[in-house]
Ligand binder design. Structure first.
Ligand code: SF4
Length: 212
């Protein structure tokens, strides 16, 4: 039997091996999820918000104007429109969000008020510990981790587990492994250029679903 370093650091029989690697990866992702939920809850609580209200405020800073409306955000957050509507109504009562008619006159676009902008600025570092932990990894490790996570997200989207994603790996312009360069193996047919792993996008404004 092949000898391997055990989890306790000694040499011995294979304790886990690659056979349950996916189990440990899933457990690691679950741990990350717990940690992130805890960070989000404490950050939101400090400012008298629910985690969904915090997520909404942050999205109104980052999302393009056309996606700043209840049904689009509800789909991205995987919640129902009434649930998100309640969160938005609470933010309106707090004076952090205002609604205005969209260009089509029907949709109500959401925007942060001045107070909302200030709260968004305060909330911005909520996931700082995770960013700092990633920043301590070598760039090549960050790039391959991003690549692997985007492939997993694409797989989950195909199975209907994840709904709205605008990642390169789910885009119709994306061609997988079109180039021999291991640092830039994929190709974007919209940009007409190889995609370095470090440049893979997670929320691309030009994204079009691969199934469209
Ligand atoms: S259009 Fe955007 S999401 Fe699609 S492959 Fe190009 S960079 Fe990636």
């Amino acid at each position: 039997m092949t000898e391997h370093v055990t989890e306790t650091g000694g040499m011995g029989s294979l304790a886990h091996g690659a056979g349950d690697l996916e189990r440990r990866l899933a457990d690691a992702v679950e741990r990350l999820g717990h940690g992130l939920r805890s960070l989000a809850q404490s950050s939101a609580r400090e400012r008298g918000l629910s985690p969904l209200q915090q997520q909404t405020v942050l999205a109104l800073v980052r999302k393009p104007a056309a996606r700043r409306e209840v049904s689009a955000l509800a789909a991205e957050f995987d919640v129902t429109s009434p649930t998100l509507s309640d969160a938005v109504a609470a933010l309106e009562r707090k004076g952090l969000v205002a609604r205005s008619p969209g260009p089509d006159g029907r949709r109500r676009l959401l925007a942060l008020t001045d107070d909302g902008q200030e709260v968004a600025r305060q909330l911005a570092p909520w996931d700082g510990p995770l960013l700092e932990a990633f920043a301590r990894l070598p760039v090549a490790d960050r790039a391959t981790t991003l690549h692997s996570l985007l492939q997993v997200i694409a797989d989950l989207q195909r199975r209907g587990v994840v709904s709205v994603v605008r990642t390169c790996t789910t885009c119709r312009f994306f061609e997988s492994h079109a180039h021999a360069d291991s640092a830039a193996p994929h190709h974007c047919h919209l940009l007409r250029a190889p995609l370095p792993l470090t440049d893979l996008r997670i929320d691309c404004p030009e994204h079009q679903p691969a199934t469209a």
